[in-house]
Design a protein around this ligand. Structure first.
Ligand SMILES: C[S@@+](CC[C@H](N)C(=O)[O-])C[C@H]1O[C@@H](n2cnc3c(N)ncnc32)[C@H](O)[C@@H]1O
Length: 363
């Protein structure tokens, strides 16, 4: 039975489900989830896949993340050894492979680093094992399962896959948007739950005050994760870099989307077959992390952040000695990462550091 049929049966038996439950099933159903299903060679990235991410566009992205970690380890954390280097949702492992190559400038950092990956996809774990061949790597299902201790954490396009709840501001208060069945009972459709939702109490003030008719989104999973990271930063020392797409301030609006073969796809049409994401509410994450004892910097636009870390200088170094074609390829890739019309502004970078730490590099 397809995932869609199973979801329809569940709703027919138990009633409508939240958008968060639906998103979790689409992405992480043990058999048919977009990230959890397994098949040889399964790979959502690149031209033949469904989307492309910054580390797959240019090696410069991962390299600068690696240098950011070295600087944070030395300057903000006082060079603890060992230090856990944790990546959430490492995809093909490209970011970390580039980061560790760049971090060779600091052999003491590489010696101290213990690599821990948080990943649910069996197919991508295999890709990561290949990308990080020869290194000691430990995989975990969740951040809370990674070993306690001082740490550096990288999360690129991870928070956008964490399930969100949606609400519509009504005269009765915030009503939760749910997923039920249409009249034929053979197709999924959005509906509104009657009465105000208790979850809405977690909405940041800017969203709780939204005008009647507006839709607002909340990711309890993202807030819980941000708090877990922040609590460990406060207790053991650590620095986290969260890169994703979303607004600087919490704002109403529907951002849930499904992407298949690089095109928008109906979210309800084919659960498990497309990547489902939502904009990340950086302000809500920062305030959850600060309440749990960390200090936040940003979010800074990705383009500005990478430029401050030296993306253009690194591109010039890579171009030296290349012919015009090779140089043009690098310019195009760097343009995609930095240009405000491409990923430069929509994507943002948020850093979480100890409460008494100064500004990390790039902020
Ligand atoms: C959009 S990809 C980003 C990959 C990578 N960070 C990059 O920039 O190329 C999302 C990643 O998170 C993983 N993932 C998705 N949901 C997850 C979950 N609930 N727990 C752990 N990993 C998850 C996916 O398998 C994938 O590696």
């Amino acid at each position: 039975m397809s995932l869609k049929e199973r979801i329809i049966r569940r709703i027919a038996a138990e009633g409508p489900i939240s958008v968060a439950d639906y998103m979790a099933l689409c992405l992480a159903d043990p058999v048919d989830g977009y990230y959890t299903r397994d098949a040889p060679g399964l790979d959502p990235f690149g031209v033949k896949g469904d989307f492309i991410t910054a580390p797959e566009i240019s090696q410069i992205f991962g390299e600068l993340m690696g240098l950011w970690c070295v600087d944070a380890w030395q300057r903000l954390l006082g060079s603890p050894s060992p230090v856990n280097l944790i990546e959430l949702g490492p995809g093909r492992g490209t970011l970390l492979a580039d980061a560790l190559r760049a971090a060779r400038v600091a052999p003491a950092f590489l010696e101290a680093a213990r690599i821990h990956l948080v990943e649910v996809s069996p197919a991508l774990k295999r890709r990561q094992r290949m990308a990080l061949a020869g290194m000691d790597v430990v995989w975990h299902d969740h951040f809370d399962a990674t070993p306690d201790g001082p740490f550096l954490l990288l999360a690129n396009e991870f928070f956008d896959v964490l399930p969100i709840r949606q609400f519509v501001a009504t005269s009765r208060g915030m009503a939760e948007r749910v997923i039920g069945l249409d009249e034929t009972r053979r197709h999924l459709r959005f509906a509104l739950a009657p009465g105000p939702s208790a979850w809405a109490k977690l909405l940041p003030p800017a969203l709780a005050r939204a005008h009647e008719g507006s839709m607002v989104e909340l990711s309890p999973a993202a807030l819980t994760l941000a708090q877990s990271i922040a609590r460990r930063i406060a207790r053991r020392g650590g620095a986290a870099l969260i890169v994703d797409y979303g607004p600087t301030v919490s704002a109403p609006g529907e951002t849930l989307q499904a992407l298949k073969r690089h095109l928008r796809h109906n979210v309800l049409e084919d659960p498990g077959a497309a990547d489902v994401t939502a904009h990340v509410d950086f302000a809500a994450i920062a305030s959850a992390a600060e309440a749990a004892g960390a200090r936040s910097f940003g979010p800074a636009p990705q383009g500005e952040f990478l430029a401050r870390l030296g993306a253009n200088q690194r591109a010039d170094r890579l171009k030296a000695g290349l012919g015009p074609l090779g140089a043009a390829e690098i310019d195009t890739a760097v343009g995609r990462l930095l240009d405000p019309k491409e990923m430069g502004t929509l994507f943002k970078v948020l850093a979480l550091v100890p409460a008494d730490a100064g500004a990390p590099a790039g902020f």
